[in-house]
Design a protein around this ligand. Structure first.
Ligand code: GUN
Length: 293
């Protein structure tokens, strides 16, 4: 069984990005890439994500800035913040950390982002361009999964990929990306969701099983074909007295039993989550180079 190690792979890609920043930006006297993040409210998971993004930016030599607002920020004010970030030439790309407080319409805010600075790939223009194989920003988690499959040389062409979960930011885009007629895709994809009857019927047939349904430990060994590749996108905080943070991360897959049966698997933590941040860095680099016109 191969452990798809997001930690070592993300470190490797970060060092590649850092070399590029030095060679193509610093040594040439160009402004280094700048990623901004907007955080509204005090959601602990969101605070951790944003802190990790800041740390990763520093590691590769990017500038990072965080705009923090209280949970009662009005939608109107947040739209003004988006306008400000759209118009600030120093900022190459930015993200609005989700989820937003309930009184704010997420879609309205995302649609206000300039698609050329939308390094999360959430704007409808980027989503549409992704579907058509046009140059765009790919959403970070699916992009991270694609990178992982590519770097670990896991063949996808002609394989049966089963995706569990149809969220806008993971399940739906990864199923689209893997079914496209592109170099690194060409898979046959089945997308299962909350209305699927008998998920196991599909999951046991998967050559590659991608689990992003937000249910801790949902996938058990009996649901997996021997030798399958299992990608776990789940992230659940479980209280723990023996860790510094006071919690431990668990995935959507029952790792101990499934890892005995599959040919490759991503751990949680140390798997897909770290690849997501690297994807955001790659998108910011792309934004800074103005590769998309
Ligand atoms: N919340 C959970 N995942 C993400 C992500 O990839 N981007 C943003 N902006 N918010 C998130």
């Amino acid at each position: 069984m191969i452990l798809l190690d997001g930690k070592s792979l993300s470190e490797k890609i970060k060092s590649e990005i850092a070399s590029e920043v030095k060679k193509d930006f610093i040594d040439k006297g160009r402004k280094v890439p700048h990623l901004a993040a907007v955080l509204v409210g005090e959601d602990p998971a969101s605070q951790t994500y944003v802190a990790n993004k800041e740390k990763s930016c520093k590691e590769v030599g990017f500038i990072s800035s965080v705009y923090r607002y209280p949970a009662n920020l009005s939608e109107y004010k947040l739209l003004e913040v988006v306008d400000f970030l759209n118009n600030d030439d120093d900022i190459d790309g930015f993200i609005i950390q989700l989820p937003l407080p309930k009184h704010i319409n997420e879609h309205k805010v995302i649609e206000r982002i300039n698609p050329l600075k939308d390094v999360d790939g959430f704007h409808p223009v980027n989503v549409g361009r992704m579907m058509l194989n046009l140059p765009c920003f790919l959403p970070a988690t699916p992009f991270g999964i694609m990178t992982m499959l590519d770097r670990y040389k896991i063949e996808t062409a002609g394989k049966h990929v089963v995706v569990l979960g149809r969220s806008n930011i993971v399940g739906t885009p990864i199923s689209l990306m893997l079914s496209r007629k592109t170099d690194k895709a060409n898979a046959t994809v089945t997308l299962c969701h909350s209305y699927t009857q008998d998920i196991k019927k599909y999951s046991v047939d998967a050559d590659i099983l991608i689990v992003a349904m937000g249910k801790m430990g949902f996938v058990t060994a009996d649901m997996v074909k021997p030798g399958a590749v299992v990608i776990d996108v789940g992230m659940h905080r479980v209280p723990a007295s023996d860790t510094k943070s006071g919690f431990r991360l668990k995935g959507d897959v029952s790792f101990d039993e499934v890892s005995e049966k599959c040919s490759a698997i991503t751990p949680v933590p140390g798997g897909v989550g770290l690849m997501t941040i690297v994807s955001l860095l790659l998108n910011t680099l792309k934004a800074s180079k103005k590769e998309i016109k």
